[in-house]
Write a protein that binds this ligand. Structure first.
Ligand code: ARG
Length: 588
């Protein structure tokens, strides 16, 4: 269905035509002087140049015509040539009624659905998830939900880091600790045990120990590199160990992502590209795209217009082993063969941008992807602590995601218990739901590419631009609706009544912006725009709530209309938070 702004623009465009001007001048937007008017059109200013007339003259002619237009209750030309507008109550009521009757609540789904792969999460196997991975998970999940909601076919792929040096390090360290395991015996031809020779907690201790040692001990590092290469070349015992590491670690990762309400359709990783690499390398050589440079196989990707040096894409190291460039290129080959996507979106730390510039250029130039495949890098900034430096534990170590979530849950639990006497068990459950909103909204309400400060006190507050505030608003509406039905009332969504008060009108004007808010969010891959929208809507609702008798309204007809209005508000808020990746509890 058409959006309110679109309709208003059409009415203003009509008026321009009637006054003898071109219709495109009628574009109308939300007023940037809300103290003066609700909407405004600046077309007379552009028209002034085109028609060699004073803008205020044109604005005056058009406003005169709009005075008789049923869409507006006020139309006024002001100097130097703006047209200030207020929408009419009847017109707005009609629009919100149509929205309430529309199963998509005025969101226009895409007319050209695409097949999209979103590469997000990016956890590294055998290393604990840390806060750096949080942003990718939170932003990627939201974008996945939004693009899917718009009607696209979307696959989320976690793209595990499961093929790099960390695997060689773990193998080397295990060899040191348990040299008698059959995995290290080259003569061994039997079956390997089903049971992993370590638990998840051991694994989490082994990797940092190995990583530390490799930094001090050159020989150890060399052995880890060798083990990595042998694993990639297919050494049987190492492959078996690798499978154990994967099983133990992925089980743990799934649990962590589940706690975040983040769900992947594909659990693929760098290792899945192994069978594509040989063929890809051959192709790049045969077609003259790749050449050897100091022993390494590279593809040049610099372009004449570059203002800074873009180094070549590294396909193989001089010892023949593959790198990050290699696996990412081969992943594109694999994705093309298995899914043939129209678009691949990467939600990755913006410090990796150069890698993706090289990768995308290489893939396009060598035709590893089709000409028109969209490759999009959505780089996000760093999550910092209150001191403005990358987020750390109190002791200065890397903060594990699990601990961060635990801390926020505690904080939320404390607040909920302080607020009122909830049963501890229910408060625990509610705290979890609200804590997730604090974490996710705190992240998503910032433009992704910017760094932001993770401020626990601010994010968990029930006031201000926070997740808990939005949920609090939803819960407030639910509670009114529950009391209404408990007293025998029936919530019927479609009966939006005539507008009586100013705060009711303001709430409806906010509601009318829903369709374009979702659309812009999807088009610009910008969840912060949806956050800004629901914050405005929640504010308008709370203002309305404080000014309006709802349950104590004596006119039953009006009461039912008000109930329909707040139910629509609830639906929009609930759908929005679900697109952002969280949900509201029943009570809080
Ligand atoms: N595992 C990587 C990291 O932790 C992120 C992977 C991002 N995706 C990709 N296709 N390279 O930095």
């Amino acid at each position: 269905m058409k959006q309110l702004l679109q309709l208003l623009s059409e009415h203003v465009a009509d008026a321009f035509c009637k006054a003898g001007y071109e219709a495109d001048l009628g574009k109308t937007g939300i007023s940037n002087r809300p103290d003066l008017c609700e909407y405004q059109c600046n077309g007379a200013m552009a028209g002034a140049k085109r028609y060699h007339k004073a803008p205020i003259v044109i604005a005056g002619e058009v406003a005169e015509i709009l005075k008789d237009d049923e869409a507006f209750e006020m139309a006024e030309a002001v100097k130097p040539g703006f047209i200030n507008l207020n929408v009419s109550r009847v017109f707005l009521q009609k629009q919100i009624s149509a929205m309430a009757a529309d199963p998509d609540m005025s969101v226009e789904k895409t007319g050209h659905p695409k097949k999209i792969i979103i590469d997000y999460g990016g956890a590294n196997v055998a290393k604990p998830l840390h806060v750096g991975h949080l942003r990718s998970a939170v932003i990627g999940e939201s974008i996945k939900r939004i693009l899917r909601f718009m009607g696209n076919e979307v696959l989320g792929d976690v793209h595990l880091g499961d093929w790099g040096l960390q695997m060689g390090l773990i193998i080397t360290e295990l060899h040191e600790r348990k040299p008698d395991l059959p995995y290290f015996d080259l003569e061994y031809e039997g079956e390997y045990p089903d049971e992993a020779p370590f638990t998840i907690s051991e694994l989490e201790e082994i990797y940092p120990a190995a990583s530390r040692r490799s930094k001090e001990d050159a020989d150890y590092k060399a052995r880890a590199l060798e083990a990595t290469k042998e694993l990639q070349m297919g050494r049987r015992g190492y492959r078996a160990l690798w499978k154990h590491i994967m099983n133990v670690s992925v089980r743990d990762l799934k649990k962590n992502y589940d706690n975040l309400d983040v769900h992947f359709d594909l659990w693929k990783g760098e290792s899945d590209t192994q069978s594509y690499i040989l063929g890809m390398v051959q192709y790049l050589k045969d077609n003259g795209y790749a050449h050897y440079d100091q022993g390494a196989l590279v593809v040049d990707v610099k372009e004449e217009t570059d203002t800074k040096e873009i180094p070549p894409c590294m396909i193989l190291k001089s010892d023949g082993s593959s790198l990050y460039d290699t696996t990412d290129l081969a992943t594109l080959v694999m994705r093309r063969e298995q899914y043939d996507p129209d678009e691949v979106i990467y939600v990755v730390d913006k410090r990796q941008e150069l890698h993706f510039v090289q990768d995308f250029r290489c893939a396009k130039k060598t035709h590893l992807v089709k000409e028109d495949t969209g490759l999009i890098f959505l780089g996000f900034g760093t999550m910092n602590g209150k001191d403005g430096k990358p987020f750390k534990t109190r002791e200065g170590g890397v903060m594990r995601l699990e601990n961060l979530i635990r801390d926020i849950n505690e904080e939320m639990y404390r607040k909920i218990m302080d607020n009122h006497a909830a049963e501890p068990e229910e408060a625990r459950e509610t705290a979890k739901i609200v804590a997730l909103s604090a974490i996710k909204y705190g992240d998503l309400s910032n433009q992704a590419s910017k760094d932001y400060i993770f401020d626990v006190d601010k994010f968990t507050s029930f006031e201000g631009n926070t997740g808990p505030y939005i949920l609090y608003t939803i819960v407030r509406i639910k509670s009114i609706l529950n009391r209404y039905t408990a007293a025998g009332g029936k919530v019927t969504g479609c009966r939006i009544g005539s507008i009586v008060t100013e705060s009711e009108k303001e709430l409806m004007m906010e509601l009318a912006g829903y369709g374009s808010a979702v659309r812009t969010t999807a088009e610009e891959l910008a969840p912060h725009k949806l956050c800004a929208y629901i914050y405005g809507l929640a504010n308008a609702f709370n203002h309305f709530y404080h000014e309006t008798k709802i349950l104590s309204e004596e006119d039953e007809n009006r009461k039912a209309n008000l109930i329909a209005l707040i139910d629509l508000t609830r639906k929009v808020l609930e759908q929005s938070v679900s697109l952002l990746g969280f949900c509201a509890p029943e009570r809080m």
